[in-house]
Design a binder for this molecule. Sequence first.
Ligand code: MD6
Ligand code: FE
Length: 209
Amino acid sequence: MLFANSEVTELAPGAVLLRGAVGADDGRFLAEIHRVASISPFRSVVTPGGKPMSVEITSCGDVGWVADRRGYRYEAIDPATGSPWPPMPDVFQEFATRAAAMAGYEKYVPDTCLINRYSVGSKMGMHQDRDEQDFSRPIISVSLGLPINFKFGGLSRAGEAVKVQLVHGDVVVFGGPARLAFHGVGTLRKGKHPLTDAMRYNLTFRVAL
Ligand code: MD6
Ligand code: FE
């Protein structure tokens, strides 16, 4: 048993929801998010089209995800600080490795974690995660704080999306035939969570290089 009290649901071939898998690690996760953000602060970015994203982002690990007018990419230096991104906390890496194993991906070692912070009104449109070099490795997503509606579609932008609410502690493993599926989240509603107040955090672990 890799996670106590976690129910495993297949959302689509290759996409697995591990309901509540974070469990009692939640406080440690949030402490590490705050530590990362004390070094590489949450920031607003624009898409290459010039539109501001409504979520604020930061990263940890060997590289971090960067968005600006020039495009989307991974960089070893945080452009906001001019210094390397904070290292990936051990608790993050060990957790991602366990979650991947639970979905059938052995020896998963992420080299980066993108941290999204949602406040009331934040949302994320349908997109694919395709800035990584090797799509054979899954992305592991961890949700903390307020709930949000997650939409999981197919390999083209058109077509039906499966909708599922992600709540505090939920984990989604996104690999195999789902690795390039379109997905997005609805608008964060006003609320108050005992550990994150009016916020939601989403961590996505990736093998970028
Ligand atoms: C979010 N998640 O949950 C946005 N990407 O706030 C993602 O964009 C995502 O959950 C890749 C794999 C899993 C995800
Ligand atoms: Fe994504």
